[in-house]
Design a protein around this ligand. Sequence first.
Ligand code: ZN
Length: 51
Amino acid sequence: MVDGRGRMGGYGLGPGGECVCPKCGYRMTHPRGIPCYKQKCPKCGELMKRA
Ligand SMILES: [Zn+2]
């Protein structure tokens, strides 16, 4: 796979990325263009952070 930009390093996640709840550890994918910190954890209601 040649991407030409070297964006493959480290994460191995989809293009949308993943968010993680800092409180309970719940992980979820999020759509592109919506930052994690605008989403709330469905389990505990805490704001998500970037995984
Ligand atoms: Zn949570």
